[in-house]
Design a protein around this ligand. Structure first.
Ligand code: PHE
Length: 376
């Protein structure tokens, strides 16, 4: 049999195959179960030894040459297909990019960032504590022992245990912190553990707090920023200067007038409620000026005071050596005042239309132009 002729006919057909389907058809026709070369291989069985010795290598060589040619042609066709696709699918970089729905920064996050920045300029660092707190840090250490009436005023969310009774972890009831003041204790304890009597310290503690309360001006979750300064010889004047300086930077005006009223918090002595003067502009309260001026008023802004001796002691510091002031301010309220929002509940509804209106571009430069003067 003329294997050479068979071979060159097969190789010519393979070289001429126009596409992958034609290659596959040729593979089946030549090497498949019923293919012509497979049939040739089968004839070897019927040959005598001498014939097989002379024919065998020629048939095998033929099969090898065909197999190789099929592979080579397939690779060439693949490469051509890829090259064609690359030429076809070029990207036009001059086309305008599709518009992307941009996220925005929530006003509460924006205000917290602004406050962190203002207080950083005054030498404060940021401290944090857990939102799931125990009653010792939230109440007892802040001079509110069990059965203290102020505990009832906080409308606390307690964690019930399996029997529905108040939970008790290592003798301490667990709750959602009702204010950021427990971070005062945690910060003092952390500092005094590292270095006995290791004050001074200046921190702010921003975060979520929880109270069982819900109406137009109260949500069960809201945000506070705690401020704490512990040093030697700290007095109310430092507190007032710090508050005035931070409010001037935050509201971006020089004419902040504060009114300090005696108040009561178990963890400060004396305690001071701080009001700020405001006026009306376009039906909106605008912070600034004296509240006693005609058409002006005073609004309550925050609670503060000199840190109680018992609280300094609970923080592991010696109250004869260290004094300090603390304040707690509602972040949501500050945001409403500065950016003119009227309904607190809308803050936490998660409505993207509200966010698109009141949110801040993530990459905006902060609104604060410069620093706020010399540190304390
Ligand atoms: N923790 C108080 C509150 O939530 C505010 C406060 C903080 C008062 C620090 C005095 C000192 O109402």
């Amino acid at each position: 049999m003329d294997y050479e002729a068979t071979g060159s006919a097969a190789l010519a057909a393979i070289a001429a195959a126009p596409d992958l389907a034609a290659i596959e058809a040729l593979r089946v026709a030549l090497l498949g179960k019923k293919g012509s070369i497979s049939a040739l291989l089968k004839t070897l069985g019927a040959m005598d030894a001498e014939q097989r010795h002379s024919q065998g290598p020629r048939i095998h060589a033929l099969r090898e040459a065909v197999t190789e040619a099929l592979g080579a042609r397939k690779a060439a066709l693949d490469a051509a297909a890829l090259a064609a696709r690359l030429a076809r699918e070029s990207v036009d970089l001059t086309l305008p990019a599709p518009e992307r729905a941009g996220g925005s920064v929530h006003p509460v996050s924006q205000v917290m960032d602004e406050l962190a920045e203002i207080f950083a300029d005054l030498g404060f660092s940021v401290a944090t504590g857990p939102e799931i707190e125990d009653d010792w840090h939230n109440f007892t250490a802040l001079n509110m022992p069990e059965s203290h009436p102020a505990r009832a005023m906080h409308d606390t969310f307690y964690f019930p245990d399996r029997d529905g009774a108040k939970n008790d972890e290592g003798g301490r009831e667990m709750l959602l912190r009702t204010h950021t003041s427990p971070v005062q204790i945690r910060t003092m304890l952390a500092v005094s553990a590292k270095e006995p009597g290791g004050a001074p310290l200046r921190v702010i503690a921003p975060g979520r707090v929880y109270r069982s309360d819900s109406d137009a001006t109260h949500t069960p979750m809201f945000h506070q920023i705690e401020g704490l300064v512990i040093d030697r010889g700290i007095h109310l004047g430092h507190l007032k200067w710090t508050l005035k300086t931070f409010l001037a930077a935050f509201f971006e005006r020089e004419d902040i007038v504060l009114r300090l009223r005696p108040s009561y918090f178990p963890f400060t002595e004396p305690s001071v409620e701080v009001d700020t003067g405001y006026s009306w502009q376009d039906g909106r309260r605008v912070v600034g000026g004296s509240g006693d001026a005609p058409g002006h008023g005073w609004m309550e802004l925050l609670g503060s005071g000199m840190v109680h001796r018992k609280v300094i002691a609970a923080g592991g510091l010696d109250p004869d050596q260290w004094q300090g002031f603390a304040f707690g301010v509602g972040v949501d309220r500050l945001a409403m005042l500065k950016y003119g929002m009227s309904d607190l509940r809308a803050f936490f509804d998660g409505d993207v239309r509200w966010l698109a209106h009141y949110g801040f571009a993530a990459l905006d430069v902060p609104t604060l132009s410069g620093g706020v003067g010399t540190p304390l």
